[in-house]
Design a protein around this ligand. Structure first.
Ligand code: ADP
Ligand code: ADP
Length: 226
């Protein structure tokens, strides 16, 4: 695991107004930070620069003590959890979680040990032989997180993972994500435009507006000083 340091990061598309304008956020190892703001404020662009899916115009992106500006996404050791969880429908839960280990050429016994450990932590051990189509939304989310933890990713990155769900399920998943993040103690960055998510999920909230970091504080501090 590792913290993430975002140092004076700027992103310009063409010669327009910067989409991200000199943003600095120091995310501690194990911390859960929410990036929030209206559509177009630059939050996805910032997340994509952390993952390596977008070039950085200037500034330094650090994961642990390593500068990653020029590293390809696969060399950053981060786990992006997508909105649709990107599970393989024809594979069992076991094989979905095992997938990155198989890709990396792990032995069967290593795969088995890691999948068992992850599925225990995530309370999926009863469901290993099921297919994603037969799982609840919360279980699918946990399978996606399982895939990330078997790889020992340094951090989880979420891009509006709950925006397609109805209000009730969204509430349940929110508490599930918060609970698992604390249990795993893994550094997490979570993008949302939803104020409720921003105020209930994380340790700190980074509020962006037109590419500029407006506020960086705990939900309590933001609540008391909006
Ligand atoms: P958010 O995720 O907060 O909705 P984005 O990071 O997607 O915001 O976008 C921030 C700004 O950058 C917006 O003005 C958007 O139009 C612009 N932008 C995003 N992606 C591109 C791109 N590929 N090319 C040009 N402009 C872009
Ligand atoms: P099965 O559960 O298919 O009968 P065994 O009981 O022989 O398999 O277990 C062999 C090992 O493989 C066990 O440690 C088991 O947990 C693990 N395992 C379970 N399901 C799978 C799977 N889908 N692919 C690979 N290994 C699996």
């Amino acid at each position: 695991m590792a913290g993430i340091q975002i140092k004076n990061i700027v992103k310009k598309y063409g010669d327009g107004f910067p989409a991200v304008n000199d943003v600095s956020i120091d995310i501690a190892d194990g911390e859960f930070v929410i990036l929030v703001g209206p559509s177009g404020c630059g939050k996805s662009t910032l997340l994509r620069m952390i993952v390596g899916l977008e070039d950085i115009t200037s500034g330094d992106m650090m994961i642990g003590d390593k500068r990653v500006n020029d590293l390809a996404p696969r060399d950053r050791n981060l786990a992006m959890v997508f909105q649709n969880y990107a599970l393989y429908p024809h594979l069992t839960v076991y094989e979905n979680i095992a997938f990155p280990l198989r890709l990396a050429g792990a032995s069967d016994s290593e795969v088995d040990a890691k999948v068992k450990e992850a599925s225990k932590t995530l309370e999926l051990d009863e469901h290993l032989q099921r297919k994603p189509g037969n799982l609840s939304g919360g279980q699918r989310q946990r399978v996606a997180m399982g895939r990330a933890i078997v790889r020992d990713a340094d951090a989880f990155l979420f891009d509006e993972p709950l925006s397609n769900l109805d209000a009730k399920l969204r509430g349940q998943m929110r508490s599930e994500i918060a609970r698992l993040q604390k249990k795993l103690g893994i550094t997490t960055v979570y993008v949302t435009h939803d104020q409720t998510e921003a105020m209930t999920l994380g340790d700190r909230v980074a509020v962006l507006k037109r590419g500029v970091l407006q506020q960086l504080a705990s939900p309590r501090e933001l609540y008391e000083n909006p």
